[in-house]
Design a protein around this ligand. Sequence first.
Ligand SMILES: Cc1cc2nc3c(=O)[nH]c(=O)nc-3n(C[C@H](O)[C@H](O)[C@H](O)COP(=O)(O)OP(=O)(O)OC[C@H]3O[C@@H](n4cnc5c(N)ncnc54)[C@H](O)[C@@H]3O)c2cc1C
Ligand code: SF4
Length: 586
Amino acid sequence: MARQLPGKDVVIIGFGWTGAIMAEQLTDAGLEVLALERGPWRDTPTHFATTFAQDELRFYWRHGMFQEASHDTVTFRNNEEQMALPMRRWGSFLPGNGVGGAGVHWNGQTFRFLPSDFVARSHNEERYGRLPEEMTVQDYGVTYDELEPHFDHFEKICGISGQAGNVNGERVEGGNPFEGMRSEHYPNPPMQMTFSQDRFMASARQLGLDPFPGPSANMSRAYTNPLGMQLAPCTYCGFCEKYGCGNYSKASPQTTIIPALMRRENFVLRTHSEVIAIEKSADGSRATGVRYVDSQGDEYVQPAEIVILAAYPLQNTRLLLLSGIGEPYDPQDGTGVVGKNYCYQVMSSVNVFYDDHYTNEFVGAGALGAVVDNYNGDNFDHSGLGFIGGGYIACWTTNTRPIESHPVPDGVPGWGSEWKQAVRENFLKTTAVGLHGASMAHRSNYLDLDPVYTDRWGRPLLRMTYDFTLNDRLLTAHITPFVEEIARGMGGREVKVNRRRGSYDSKPYQTTHNTGGTIMGESPSDSVTNRYCQSWDLPNLFITGAGLFPQNAGYNPTGTVGALAYWSANAIINTYLARPGPLVQS
Ligand SMILES: Cc1cc2nc3c(=O)[nH]c(=O)nc-3n(C[C@H](O)[C@H](O)[C@H](O)COP(=O)(O)OP(=O)(O)OC[C@H]3O[C@@H](n4cnc5c(N)ncnc54)[C@H](O)[C@@H]3O)c2cc1C
Ligand code: SF4
């Protein structure tokens, strides 16, 4: 029997980046907010001290901070002909668990999507004609210009280090010439580039391209954010990606928001509290709160006036399906919306090996890099190419951590003395250039509930049906040669091209950029939320995260995820609270 708890103004499900943003904004507006996080408490001095934060075995190989796959995982198949099987060990993506979510172990590469990414269907159809029937690409319902102040605020909260390319319509030398207009410069200057970035930039310029420093949530200098949180200059220790930063140098919920939030009397956080359902009123017209289970297995019902679903795209989709909210997507006839338009990211890369130069890639940071955007989005003419979208090309130096990464040239065996010799010769003299490509929505890629496998509470696991589409394959086939061209111009002894081949494989790590499933849009017939991230079905339910993206752009998601969370919080505070109800009439 579940215990009934006293009500709150707001209950937030999940306490990662977007849960923390929502809690900060809504407590600031005077609301009583409770956040429920399934994982443990974590903070910088106790959990990421520099004496043990860089423990590759513990945090990466033994998955010290990721979702516990033995409690709850995802089943996966490439297509409907296959039987989906559980991912018993995470591979291609690494869902977060615990306070701060994946925002603890992210890299910090913090982009804004292009203005045309938000109107992908109308923009591309206007320029290139009708998209194929099976490409379920949609407009967001919100524009870049509407999100701009919220991008700006998130960048200030994070202290992003970067070089603007377009401030108030004025082109700024050295920045990204393709970016949407920004109202202000980045709060911090770009990070210090290393040998590899210098070579990348020189090669790109030689080819007539426009390289710029990657926007980074690793601090290029000491910084105090608008909430008074102080961050320290990055030491380039190279343990950002998949690790917490012990140096207060990487923006995370822990370093930028949570300490300020925990001091507010109208905020409460309960850890080890896993939400198992969103509760609805008898007539199904409102969310009344949530049902959750603590670490003892005791069940509680937490009533609330507003429910915020901030549990990452995969869990957000699953909780809607388990709670019977919204119509599940049906790939046969294209009806239904929950689980629709699951997308990922399409990658390829080229390794460069030097003879005479030490690249010393262990001197790095999660978002230390140089980027070229000439082949991203609609920054180039797609006429006759058969695909839309693109990706950025970058040379990131995130640290070749010794257990995880030891690139060797083509032709070297995968083990034995020859392999060891090649690792010895190349480890300090290598770098890589990568393509980070968009993933366009397709009718056959989606999320639903698995009919066979269940979690530890007996609830169906989420099932992922996903493969790279024709658009994805044409996109990487077209852009990878440009990646190779830049890499060859970097003056190494030889290069090794790692093309994207075959079907999507859930085993090797690629990115934790899972998108879609709870998409936003212009009508309840094709989306789960309206343009304010408010559920079409239950007006007091708001959803955050990259699950809102109708398709994935050629960038890392979190800049846009953060902006959307601030945009949605702003709509709740300034419009919804005065007139609770649908913010858009369907
Ligand atoms: C290794 C790695 C590197 C990355 N690098 C980058 C990068 O460089 N740039 C970029 O843009 N993005 C990057 N990302 C992605 C980025 O981390 C995510 O986009 C971001 O953290 C998403 O924020 P969120 O609030 O939606 O979800 P999360 O931060 O994942 O938070 C969700 C929280 O909800 C909790 N939760 C889930 N289900 C429940 C439940 N039922 N009840 C209670 N709590 C629940 C989870 O435990 C988690 O704490 C990276 C991710 C990883 C893993
Ligand atoms: S590289 Fe910089 S931001 Fe990353 S963990 Fe090390 S000190 Fe922190």
